[in-house]
Design a binder for this molecule. Structure first.
Ligand code: CA
Length: 594
């Protein structure tokens, strides 16, 4: 079904007003194409009906463009999603499905697979990954592909293009990525946040979601600056703008998962009047089923280029638009150190998820999520104390069903699994067959699990909820053994997610080390997940246990604390850690490793 199209350039060019001129050698009349990507972002915008955020710039873009309500990302995590987007191909088809699988085993794209920038270059376009997309604005220019691409872009700004050349550019905004930052001008009130059924109602959960929504407001302000720059340079009416998310929100059941929070993304396409294809109506809303790789194919089509034969993305507008498919697909594989394989098929109403590793729990440990998602820690603690109730408890089950079938219309939170319902048996069978068909047709490279995992994950270890991404934690000698290798790119730190009312706190540690260690204790709250403060802690070389304590003040809620070790190889042991409230008897929490 993927190879059914590809018509000639002339057919297209004759139907698009600006492009006939391009074919006759007037390249200056070809539209520029700008992708504005928001990291980890669901459709949480005013124009998508979210009344808690003020996003006037993106809302205006939607009012002047077409807003799509059913765009599904084929992967719910950065590198896999971006690998797919860049090629217009399912990440599973090109072996780019495991997150960050490229870094220690570089590989090329399969023969014949091209990047979108190569396609634009061939068409005479200058390609740019913008670093300063507006005056005073700097962005990192994320690429994050799971394959080797030499010079994926020509430059770092469209302003570098040769005179007369059109441009294809990306602006990759990190605002909506963790760590979240409060929007001080008009912060979202946590009390106003609607809670999906899969969350417990807890102040930290509410604050975390509110902070995420705040990032949409930061994002909007910056998108506004880019649009202003285009206007100032006289390019606004020469440039087709695609605004979208690389995948869904970095919240519980979002990023890394195939629920709507992970795969449904905003998509707005604004086309200047002179380049609008037939049927394009500014200010409208379009509910057709899309996959984010369709953006790739359609971008090429809109400038009169025929997408490569292998490209699986669909041209969804323009004179050569292909019909809306019945289904969209998405896939999740290894994310960081956490091995999983999940696939889903979705139409406009129904979604089937297949868990290929049902014996593993949903709540598999993951350093990134466990140490940066405070709501996840809230759920773990409530569950441990028997206080987690309702649909939120599903997440803590020791195993998963193989299939999950949801009615997105009546159950938008996807908490009522209908897979075992006799009433839906026929639907289940139809979707199962379609999903299995896709796995075959798309030549899903995830059928064999990656083995071994990339070496960088050898140093991500966890014992009893203590995490490091740069050392070897193990239970040994009636203590927690912390071995630091001096290798790796990150600070040697053990992070302990723990949610507690803040205030004046004291951490007591029973430690032992054969060498002196200049330690730092650090801590953070939900609004400052990067760290609120740090305190020095000197540990003498001693074969006996030493009890050391750090007093610290934590504003709001404590979300985590950590112990950071000096660079270089060393071994230390921890027998006990105790968290107390200063000036009060009793213990808030004790970690006993003896
Ligand atoms: Ca991302």
């Amino acid at each position: 079904m993927w190879a059914m199209r590809r018509r000639s350039f002339l057919q297209i060019s004759s139907a698009l007003p600006g492009l006939a001129a391009a074919a006759c050698g007037s390249p200056e009349r070809r539209p520029n194409v700008l992708w504005i990507l928001a990291e980890d972002f669901s459709p949480d915008l005013g124009c998508y009906g979210n009344e808690l955020v003020r996003t006037p710039n993106i809302d205006r873009l939607a009012a002047e463009g077409v807003r799509y309500t059913q765009c599904i990302c084929t992967a719910p995590v950065c590198s896999a999603a971006r690998s797919a987007l860049m090629t217009g191909m399912f990440q599973t088809s090109i072996g780019a499905h495991n997150h960050r699988s490229y870094r220690d085993r570089p590989r090329d794209l399969p023969a014949g697979v091209e990047t979108v920038t190569d396609c634009f270059r061939r068409a005479g376009y200058f390609t740019a990954n913008c670093r300063t997309p507006a005056p005073g604005l700097r962005v990192g220019g994320k690429t994050d592909f799971n394959y080797r691409v030499e010079n994926p872009f020509d430059g770092s700004d469209w302003g570098e293009r040769p005179e007369g050349a059109p441009f294809y550019a990306q602006v990759n905004f990190p605002e909506t990525h963790r760590k979240f930052r409060r929007f001080e001008e008009a912060p979202v009130n946590p009390d106003d946040v609607p809670l999906p059924a899969f969350y417990p109602d807890h102040p930290v959960v509410r604050e975390d979601i509110a902070l995420y929504l705040d990032t949409a407001q930061h994002l909007d302000a910056k998108v506004g600056k880019v649009i202003q720059r285009l206007k100032d340079e006289g390019l606004y009416d020469q440039t087709i703008i695609f605004f979208f998310g690389d995948h869904g929100q970095a919240l519980h059941r979002g990023k890394q998962w195939l629920y709507e929070q992970g795969i449904l993304i905003p998509l707005i396409v604004r086309i200047p009047e002179q380049f609008q294809p037939p049927g394009y109506e500014p200010g409208t809303v379009d509910g057709q089923l899309l996959q984010h790789i369709d953006i790739t194919a359609t971008s090429l089509h809109l400038v009169g280029e025929t997408p490569p034969e292998l490209m699986q993305g669909r041209v969804f507008m323009g004179p050569d638009a292909e019909p809306e498919p019945d289904y969209a697909f998405s896939a999740r594989d290894r994310c960081d150190e956490t091995v999983d394989r999940i696939r889903c098929v979705r139409d406009r109403r129904w979604k089937l998820i297949r868990n290929f590793l049902p014996d593993r729990p949903y709540a598999q440990r993951n350093h990134y999520k466990d140490t940066s998602y405070p709501a996840l820690q809230v759920m773990r603690q409530l569950h441990a104390s028997g206080q987690l109730t309702g649909a939120a408890t599903q997440w803590m089950a020791p195993t998963r069903p193989e299939y999950e079938l949801y009615d997105l219309q009546s159950d938008p939170d996807e908490v009522n699994n209908l897979a075992d319902s006799p009433e839906h048996a026929e639907r289940l069978a139809r979707l199962q067959a379609r999903l299995a068909g896709w796995v075959e047709e798309a030549n899903d490279h995830g059928r064999e699990l990656e083995d071994p995992l990339p070496a960088e994950y050898d140093l991500r270890t966890m014992v009893a909820g203590w995490f490091t991404n740069n050392g070897l934690l193990s239970k040994s000698e009636r203590a927690l053994r912390l071995e630091w290798t001096g290798q790796g790119r990150r600070p040697q730190e053990v992070v302990v997610p723990w949610v507690e009312t803040g205030g004046q706190l004291r951490l007591e540690l029973e430690l032992r080390s054969d060498a002196p260690q200049d330690l730092k204790v650090r801590w953070g709250n939900p609004a400052q997940m990067g760290g609120l403060g740090e305190s020095d802690l000197a540990l003498a070389a001693d074969t006996n246990w030493q009890t050391v304590a750090v007093d610290f003040d934590c504003e709001g809620w404590l979300a985590w604390f950590s112990i950071r070790f000096p660079a270089g190889a060393s071994v230390a042991y921890c027998r006990r850690a105790t968290l107390r409230r200063r000036g009060q008897s009793g213990v808030l929490q004790e970690w006993q490793f003896a």
